[in-house]
Write a protein that binds this ligand. Structure first.
Ligand code: C5P
Length: 238
């Protein structure tokens, strides 16, 4: 059944899904790889459409797959599909340009974080709504982190208490994201990085283990397991 988006919602979600996904091994573009029999993008869009504040979803698809992605997502939710660019940043810019008048909050979400819960979408949007111009979901870093040189010799140990692993969706006041993209120079891997360059404070909210980025075959296996076990998780020290 096709989900209905909220016509009174104040959130547009951009989904850059035009990457090749070479780290997953040879095959289809990453967003179209199957997880429990359905493309990652379908899982991601289904969860975005279930978030109550979402008014618009715009997907940037690989150019050769735009028509196929439109057909794929039509039964899931009313989604706008645009051709992506050569870099992630170009794909986000193309999706941003397709957002209709209305939503004042724009979230940018990687299709590769296919199991992101609707509650995380809502908590990022709520933090923007409450006055933060840029919001990112983060998790603490659990591994010890070393800085190394080109010969793999350790230069030093980084204090992990001050480090965060960043997820998506990243949320922005619409005008702030538009200004950051208009001024963008070098391609960055996240949109908060562009906004930081504009001197805008970026606020962190707690992320979710389920928002893991499905990048390598191991991540795909983990995501399959999470779906098969009803997404139950616990940490060993909680
Ligand atoms: O390559 P990486 O895993 O960092 O890509 C993150 C997200 O950006 C993925 O969902 C991918 O499909 C998307 N992307 C894109 N256009 C590109 C490259 C990546 O939409 N040219």
């Amino acid at each position: 059944m096709t989900a209905q988006l909220n016509p009174r919602g104040d959130v547009a979600v951009l989904v850059p899904a035009a990457g090749a996904g070479v780290r997953l091994g040879p095959g289809r573009p990453k967003a179209l790889r199957l997880l429990a029999g359905e493309p990652l993008l379908v899982h991601a869009v289904r969860r975005l459409a279930a978030a109550a504040s979402v008014h618009t979803i715009v997907v940037a698809a690989p150019i050769a797959e735009v028509a196929a992605v439109r057909e794929l997502l039509a039964p899931i939710a009313p989604v706008t599909v645009v051709p992506g660019g050569a870099e992630r940043q170009e794909s986000v810019a193309a999706a941003l340009a397709a957002v209709p008048a209305g939503p004042d909050i724009v979230l940018v979400h990687d299709a590769a974080r296919a199991l992101t819960p609707p509650a995380l979408v809502e908590s990022v949007a709520a933090a923007v709504r409450s006055g933060h111009d840029a919001v990112i979901p983060v998790l603490p870093v659990v591994d010890t982190i070393k800085e190394v040189d080109a010969d793999e010799l350790v230069l030093g140990t980084v204090d992990r208490r001050a480090l965060r692993a960043v997820q998506t969706p990243q949320g922005f006041r619409r005008s702030v994201l538009a200004a950051a993209h208009a001024a963008a120079g070098d391609a960055l891997t996240d949109d908060a990085g562009l906004v930081e360059k504009q001197g805008v404070p970026v606020f962190c909210v707690p992320g979710s283990d389920h928002a893991l980025k499905i990048t390598r075959p191991f991540d795909l296996a983990l995501a399959e397991h999470l779906l098969a076990t009803g997404l139950r998780t616990r940490t060993l020290d909680s």
